[in-house]
Design a protein around this ligand. Structure first.
Ligand code: NAD
Length: 425
């Protein structure tokens, strides 16, 4: 069903949601404080690298625009999706300042609007946030009542960076947590063409579904990494083990690829936020604390294995293939390459890196680390040893023969190296 939609926050989730809603026939206006992003979207160019996104944006340019002006965007829409970031605070807790600021702005605008408007929280927020924090802010600044004058829903997003547009358009499920029936019905209609189960819940259950999903996936990876570490000790191939385990329908093969752990913008911050939230609410997390601990040590295992072959890294040229936290994205948030590169720096290695998309982001975030950024993956291979940290397609067919390769991501071709070590195999 087509609607006029405002999307506040044109980052990974916002721009992908906006572009996909436009593809499905809605008119979309993205609101962002970053003028460069706004300009880029209005030129039909995605402000981030994400498969298929440029094509969708340029194909549906008549239906998707961007602005920094909240008022015109919200006044011209029936639904506003809140998609701003909810990053981590220093203690691991959630920083709600962006979301709070956005709902304050929306509330102020709703005050002067006479028609019904649905506010949908898509940002990942902890259970209870929409009901106990965001709803009161909306009511205070709009001087209106939720459920009577405007609608409030929570619609968590499960897309994966790298395949974000595909995931948005082909979800396993859509979760609609709602405060009021009217906004629930509006969202159900909006998503009526999607071929997947639609789960209707309370606001807080929708919030918890998102956290429980990410925490489970992070747990599954840390679990298989721990099994992988045991396997490495006894010379067993953990991928054979994962294949055998994964055929059990109760377990499933997905997320059983052992390696150097999870990174990205979601798992680390969401798992830490839930741990922190649990502590603040008088519970202590046992499983999740250890899930994080396993994940913290896993990337450093790559350097330990490297030192088995080159004990003193001082002055040695060490190549790193991959900076993005996973392939097909330029996102380096919590990338496992970061602790590895920091450790190599500490050991005095000369670092050469290559990533097809994420080098600019890395340079920007770590301007003080001395790194040689290569113009091709082949150039990285001219190092004393090479570490594989992201499994980009273009790394799959390089000529690794005669090299020392320490592999964090299970790249089959790299097994032809002179010396080859897999982190868990
Ligand atoms: P992001 O950092 O890529 O984008 C956030 C955007 O919000 C930025 O463009 C920023 O300029 C904009 N912004 C900040 N303050 C604003 C304001 N006051 N008004 C308008 N725009 C403002 O974040 P993201 O990765 O898209 O994540 C957004 C939310 O979605 C987070 O809660 C995240 O946990 C959740 N999420 C992310 C993913 C993912 O893969 N990235 C997946 C599912 C859920």
């Amino acid at each position: 069903m087509q609607k006029n939609i405002a999307v506040v926050g044109a980052g990974y989730v916002g721009i992908v949601s906006g572009a996909c809603f436009a593809k499905l026939g809605s008119n979309v206006i993205c609101v962002d404080v970053d003028e460069k992003k706004v300009e880029s979207i209005n030129k039909g160019k995605a402000p981030i690298y994400e498969l298929d996104l440029d094509e969708i944006l340029s194909s549906y340019r008549d239906r998707i625009h961007a602005t920094i002006d909240y008022k015109s965007a919200i006044e011209g829409s029936e639904i506003t999706f809140v998609c701003v970031g909810t990053p981590s605070l220093k203690d691991g807790g959630i920083d709600l300042s962006y979301v709070k600021q956005v709902v304050k702005n929306i509330g102020r605008i709703l005050k002067d609007i006479d028609k019904w408007h649905d506010v949908v929280i898509k940002s990942t927020v902890l259970p209870g946030t929409s009901q106990n924090i965001l709803l009161p802010i909306l009511e205070k600044y709009s001087e209106k009542k939720a459920g009577k004058d405007f609608g409030l829903s929570m619609n968590p997003e499960f897309l994966r960076e790298g395949t974000a547009a595909y995931d948005f358009l082909n979800p396993d499920r859509i979760v609609i947590g709602s405060f009021d029936n009217k906004s629930k019905e509006v969202l159900k209609k909006l998503y009526s063409d999607f071929d997947c189960p639609i789960i209707e819940t309370s606001l807080s259950a929708a919030e918890m579904i998102k956290y429980a999903s990410n925490c489970f996936l992070g747990t599954k990876i840390s679990f298989i990494n721990e099994i992988g570490n045991f396997c490495k000790e006894i010379g067993v191939d953990t991928y054979e083990v994962a294949d055998g385990v994964g055929l059990d329908k109760r377990i499933g093969r997905a997320f059983l690829n052992s390696g150097i752990g999870w990174g990205g913008s979601c798992f680390p911050k969401d798992i830490n936020a839930l741990i922190c939230w649990a502590k603040q609410n008088g519970y202590s997390s046992k499983i999740l604390d250890d899930v994080v601990k396993v994940n913290d040590i896993q990337p450093l295992k790559l350097v330990e294995l490297l030192k088995k072959h080159i004990p003193n890294l001082k002055g040695k040229k060490i190549g790193v293939l991959g900076l993005a936290f996973k392939p097909n994205t330029d996102d380096i948030r919590e990338s496992r390459a970061i602790p590895i590169i920091l450790k190599l720096t500490e050991e005095g290695a000369q670092i050469k890196v290559y990533d097809p998309k994420a080098m600019d982001n890395f340079k920007q975030q770590f301007p003080n680390i001395k790194i040689h950024y290569c113009s091709s993956a082949d150039e990285v291979l001219g190092s004393d040893a090479v570490l594989i940290t992201t499994i980009w397609d273009e790394f799959k067919n390089l000529d690794y023969s005669g090299k020392i390769v320490i592999d964090g991501r299970r790249l089959e071709k790299a097994k032809s190296a002179k010396i080859y070590e897999g982190v868990c195999w």
